[in-house]
Design a protein around this ligand. Structure first.
Ligand code: GLC
Ligand code: GLC
Length: 812
């Protein structure tokens, strides 16, 4: 069952039934100011950091679901309704929500009145703009009252939910004209306030929540709206809100626009006040003035559209399959921008207070984003590397506002350092900017111990080399990519965190085959980089380490039909035929086959066949099999989940592309494609009622075959799935790979395909590539022509900036 449809021309998903199986959300803003918005206008806004600078309040996991947002109540005689259906839930004559690239527009129609709200954060602006258009389609004069609504969060989203003995006494607002200012804590240490404005005179306002709703009413029945009169309350403590009331008279056929601005301001210490107790409003007024007419808003909206036209023109495929094209050209790239901005911090599954930017997560997010805005990727790499420790280890997470590592989680995840090599290499290959390697980058944010970024890569590489276990394989530490494989945790206390507890790590033999594969792949990249930089001694040294890792994997990591997953604390195998449960895992088989370890001896093919046989399902590949059915203290969190969920045999979409890429390594394009299609959201639109999350973005997990409801997704948006799937489809299946000195073309496609076309902008030139598949093969480039001339290699050269070239690639 579908709840809407794709509109590819406008790059929108159009929701036509507000009662989606779960709130289907979108993100506004992509630099400093952000909002989450659901298809019924639920959600919240924040500046940079969803924990420390939350502007508006939101209640996660509430009853009913998705409570709180920016709401409009339209009072038309005795009927009160909202354009987004919620919160009033009055049956609408028409409802339509269009989620687009960093904007959402929601239209409701009731009793001849149409209300359409366009929500977006203009470029370079610290505000969410809301343009409400009311139109009278009836033959009578309409006299309406409009009440806006938003609820302020007292900045620190964690304290906001906890410290009520204080919070209920701190709230402060100011009202001037049609603008409501939220200034809680401004008089002490904060240099910021928020505001909510409208560009017309108002009949009145309310800022006290209790008065607006009535203490025992929900969002659906505000008392003030029911009575039809704003009461001009000025909040003192309790829960400050912002609500404007506007009276509108519309002749038949007439339409009117109203512009609301929800913004954020920072003032320097000596510019905080206009007079005693009265905040300096200059900056707020400047922003409000930039959007005080509908025309100005439309112009800013056009700029945002152009910005996305440009970003999405860099990689564009025409395959003849709409479902594929819309993912590659629009939604997957868009999701990569979102994961780049948010890492794992704020979604409808991530509360914005739990996790900041992940070291491994943000590096992986880069690989799907770097082609869009390489300069921002560059800055991110430096931020991430600055949280590394001198021995190559690193903070697992850092806070976007302070850019400092999070002490509450700390470090000790032994895969983390290697991802920095991935992030950096991806940036280098996209941009060709080697100067980044000379940037002086602090350790643990301490500039007195800064070293070059290249040195950071060296310590990353050596962190693995210096932490090898008894089989010469990498020690796992607290966990590797799989946060739930906690082999030194040994916790029988439910109050301990699986991630941060190491009750038993002294003398551990716990080793990871996943890190081994990771090390071989990015170790090779490191070697290649050293060679490019003329550091041949370092390249030779590193080569020896990589070679011995390969030997160790073959000797101790092969189980006969697949790669084992790990060795536990005692040195016993995990992910082996010997085990009763968890005999085979996806991660080590993905990484070791991507690395091509034992390819000549047929190990990769065997391993991938085993993956297919034991872990493939209708909805994707599960993480392990058989699922764990009891708690194994020596394995940790993985066995805490019920069978079929999350890391315990869920379909963890993030690592399905590792298998796809592994398949392309051995040339099996049909198989790689089948795996791609199974988890790709646009192919799942028809089963939305089962899949549950948005059909336009990937979810982290789909329930696996052992679960209660196989095929049901959870945790959409903020997942490494976005970048890895884009990486797999764009670089390994469609096969367009940025390289140091050119663009490598190496597709691995389904044999039945006749070919496809791609436009790729790379280092300033445009490559118009036509791939032809006359012999219906999967892989192998037989012939290349550039602008009609035969070319010797499948690595296309760099071209002069601004030029366009037409390339024909024949597979065979
Ligand atoms: C979550 C984490 C990621 C981890 C994965 C597997 O998605 O964000 O860092 O690798 O789970 O446990
Ligand atoms: C849990 C989740 C995992 C996530 C981790 C982050 O372990 O299962 O996916 O990465 O929490 O702390």
């Amino acid at each position: 069952m579908k709840f809407g449809h794709f509109d590819d021309k406008n790059r929108e998903y159009v929701i036509t039934n507000p009662q989606t199986p779960w709130p289907w959300i979108n993100y506004l803003g992509n630099e400093d100011f952000f909002s989450l918005i659901s298809n019924t206008a639920g959600g919240y806004s924040f500046y940079k950091d969803a924990k420390f600078r939350r502007l508006t309040r939101y209640r996660y996991n509430n009853v009913p679901m998705d409570s709180g947002g920016r709401y409009f109540y339209i009072k038309d005689e005795e009927t009160t309704w909202s354009p987004g259906w919620k919160p009033c839930k009055t049956t609408l004559d028409k409802y339509e929500c269009r989620h687009g690239m960093n904007y959402t527009s929601i239209e409701g129609v009731k009793n001849g009145v149409s209300a359409k709200v366009l929500f977006f954060v203009p470029l370079k602006t610290w505000a969410e703009v809301q343009k409400l258009t009311l139109k009278n389609n009836s033959s009578e004069v309409k006299k309406l009252k409009i009440f806006s609504f938003t609820e302020w969060c007292l900045w620190n989203a964690a304290a906001d939910m906890e410290n009520f003995q204080r919070n209920f006494s701190t709230g402060e607002v100011e009202i001037e004209g049609s603008v409501i200012y939220h200034k809680t804590e401004y008089k002490e240490r904060r240099d910021h306030y928020a505001y909510y404005s409208v560009n017309v005179p108002i009949k009145g306002f309310d800022t006290d929540r209790e008065t607006f709703f009535g203490l025992y009413n929900g969002f659906d029945e505000p008392q003030v709206v029911a009575e039809g009169n704003p009461t001009n309350t000025v909040a003192h403590g309790w829960s400050p809100i912002a609500s404007h009331c506007i009276e509108v008279k519309l002749q038949p056929g007439e339409s009117k626009d109203f512009v609301f601005v929800l913004g954020y301001v920072e003032n320097a210490e000596d510019e905080k006040w206009e007079s005693k107790g009265i905040i300096n409003k200059t900056k707020a007024k400047e922003t409000i003035a930039r959007f005080d007419t509908a025309e100005k808003v439309v112009a800013a909206f056009d700029d945002l559209k152009k910005y996305w036209d440009n970003l999405l023109s860099i990689y564009n495929v025409n395959s003849g399959d709409d479902k594929l094209d819309r993912m590659v050209n629009i939604w997957n790239q868009y999701q990569c921008m979102i994961t780049f901005c948010f890492s794992r911090s704020a979604s409808y599954f991530e509360s914005g207070i739990g996790r900041g930017m992940g070291f491994r997560d943000s590096n992986q997010d880069l690989i799907g984003f770097v082609h869009q805005i390489p300069e921002r990727a560059r800055e991110r790499i430096i931020d991430i590397a600055s949280t590394q420790f001198q021995d190559g280890g690193c903070y697992h997470q850092y806070q976007p506002l302070t850019k400092k590592g999070n002490n509450d989680i700390g470090g000790g995840f032994n895969d983390d350092p290697m991802w920095l090599i991935l992030g950096t290499i991806s940036y280098l290959k996209e941009s060709g900017d080697f100067t980044v390697l000379d940037e002086m980058v602090p350790f643990d944010n301490d500039v007195t111990v800064a070293r070059t970024l290249f040195d950071h890569l060296t310590v990353s590489f050596d962190h693995v080399v210096n932490n090898l276990g008894p089989h010469g394989l990498p020690l796992i530490g607290r966990a590797d990519w799989n946060d739930c494989l906690n082999l030194n945790c040994f916790s029988n206390d439910p109050n301990e965190s699986f991630q941060t507890t190491e009750n038993k790590s002294e003398g551990t033999k716990a080793e990871s085959l996943m890190i081994a594969g990771l090390f071989v792949i990015y170790g090779r990249d490191y070697i290649e980089l050293c060679k490019k930089m003329g550091k041949s001694d370092e390249a030779n040294r590193a080569q020896k380490e990589v070679d011995s890792m390969i030997v160790a994997v073959k000797q101790y990591g092969w189980d006969g039909e697949w790669f084992i997953r790990a060795y536990d604390y005692y040195g016993r195998k995990i992910g082996s035929e010997e085990n009763e449960e968890g005999k085979i895992f996806i991660e080590s088989n993905g990484w070791c086959t991507m690395a091509g370890i034992g390819k000549e001896e047929g190990l990769c093919e065997k391993a991938l066949d085993s993956v297919k046989e034991r872990m493939d399902t209708e909805f994707g590949i599960v993480l392990n099999n058989p699922a764990f059915t009891k708690y194994y203290i020596e394995y940790g969190e993985i066995s805490s989940y019920p069978a079929g969920y999350k890391e315990n045999a869920g379909i963890f979409c993030h690592n399905n592309p590792w298998i796809m890429i592994g398949e392309t390594e051995i040339g099996r394009g049909d198989q790689a494609w089948e795996y791609y299609r199974k988890i790709c959201p646009s192919y799942l639109e028809d089963i939305s009622e089962l899949h549950k999350t948005e059909p336009y973005v990937y979810a982290q997990m789909v329930a696996g075959k052992d679960s209660f409801k196989p095929g049901e997704a959870k945790n959409s948006w903020l997942t490494g799935t976005a970048s890895w799937n884009f990486y797999a489809i764009s670089q390994f299946i469609l096969g367009i790979q940025p390289d140091y000195d050119g663009l490598k073309i190496n597709p691995c496609i389904p044999t039945k395909w006749d070919g496809f076309e791609i436009t790729r902008k790379f280092r300033g030139a445009t490559y118009q590539i036509k791939v032809e598949n006359p012999n219906h093969v999967s892989k192998g480039v037989a012939k290349v022509t550039i602008d009609g001339n035969l070319y010797k290699s499948n690595v296309l050269p760099l071209f002069k900036e601004g030029t366009t070239h037409s390339i024909v690639v024949e597979l065979g």
